[in-house]
Design a protein around this ligand. Structure first.
Ligand code: HEC
Ligand code: HEC
Length: 300
């Protein structure tokens, strides 16, 4: 019940449930009032078609017993399980505990499998078709929401199938990325450069990747680049994998290669975040996933 945002709902649910039980019991009592027996039928006071009368007979006893059984079942259920507002139930059952115990059972069942994979070199494991099938299922469950079901990524989420890496594509670097996550820090330059400065640097970045740029603006932008961008993207613009600073000379763009998209990256900065999966998935699954990603980028 901890998920309720106000105290009103637990009280409302608890009280309504108890009142319903009392009301149902009262209704049954009323229907079985002593004095109402089959031998002495009362009519409801209507007659149709001459002598067709509606009798007010008590409910058959087997039917009533069913009612009582369901009521006792309901009371027993509510004593054992959380159903009455704040009351937690005698069994201490919660959805989360049930989920966790299912996960624990599954982990126990599959642990030997993952352990066997974990002892293999990543590059070797990447050639094991059976293991890669499991890897692709893990990817679909845990990674595809961001990187796409085909691992080709989307704007802001890198393509994991190409040979272009922000942080490096050797198996151990991929594994480190998945285990510990990554946070990119591209600072915003709009205030420092001003509108014209952003325009010039944008033209320079376009020229770096061989695109059509305005030569005068690009050369002015090149000067700024040397002062401001050098440290992370490198003298030649080829980037720096230790910082996750992308190569600006290729035609692969994380945030888009249109002049407006490039100038937005420069003016407002970018902060891509890849979440850490160490605690969430455990090292054995991450090991298999790293081999899977490595296999994807080496597919020809
Ligand atoms: C402190 C290091 C750092 C500096 C300095 C820096 N960048 Fe970046 N830049 C990054 C990082 C890291 C990313 C990747 C951001 C992400 O993945 O979210 C990035 C991303 C970009 C992108 C987007 C690339 C793409 O593929 O979409 C462009 C364009 C860019 N930087 C240009 C520049 C320019 C121009 C300058 C100088 C004015 C500059 N950067 C200065 C670290 C830096
Ligand atoms: C919440 C979204 C999200 C999820 C879930 C996610 N990723 Fe990422 N991942 C990202 C982002 C964003 C980046 C880029 C970070 C940056 O801009 O520097 C990234 C980067 C990466 C990289 C580095 C790529 C490179 O070029 O160096 C790898 C490898 C990767 N993710 C693998 C995975 C795997 C495997 C999973 C599943 C276990 C996963 N990711 C789940 C968002 C996500």
């Amino acid at each position: 019940m901890a998920d309720f945002t106000s105290n009103f709902w637990p009280w409302f649910i608890g009280i309504t449930t108890i009142i319903s039980f009392i009301a149902v019991l009262a209704l049954i009592r009323w229907m079985t009032e002593p004095g109402k027996t089959d031998d002495d039928p009362q009519t409801m006071g209507h007659t149709w078609d001459g002598d067709l009368a509606e009798y007010n007979n008590p409910l058959p006893s087997w039917w009533l017993k069913l009612f009582y059984i369901t009521i006792f079942f309901g009371i027993g259920y509510l004593a054992l399980y959380p159903g009455l507002g704040f009351y937690q139930g005698l069994l201490g059952w919660t959805e989360i505990k049930e989920y966790e115990s299912e996960v624990a059972t599954a982990d126990k069942q599959f642990a030997p499998l993952y352990d066997r994979y974990q002892n293999q070199e990543l590059a070797t494991l990447a050639t094991d078709t059976e293991a890669m099938k499991t890897g692709s299922r893990l990817f679909a469950n845990y990674c595809s929401s961001c990187h796409g079901s085909d691992a080709r990524g989307a704007k802001g989420f890198p393509n994991l199938r190409d040979d272009d890496w922000l942080y490096g594509g050797d198996p151990n670097t991929i594994k480190a990325t998945i285990l510990n996550g990554r946070s990119a820090a591209m600072p915003p330059w709009g205030a420092v450069l001003g509108e014209e400065g952003v325009h010039n640097v944008t033209q320079y970045v376009i020229s770096l990747s061989g695109g059509k740029a305005d030569a005068t603006a690009a050369s002015a932008g090149g000067e700024k680049y040397k002062q401001l961008c050098f440290a992370c993207h490198g003298v030649d613009g080829k980037g720096n994998q230790a910082l996750g600073a992308p190569n600006l000379t290729d035609k692969v763009w994380l945030y888009g290669g249109l002049p407006t998209q490039i100038s937005k990256s420069i003016a407002t900065g970018r902060n891509g975040h890849m979440p850490a999966h160490k605690d969430f998935l455990g090292e054995a699954k991450v090991h298999l996933l790293a081999a899977y990603i490595f296999s994807l980028s080496n597919e020809k």
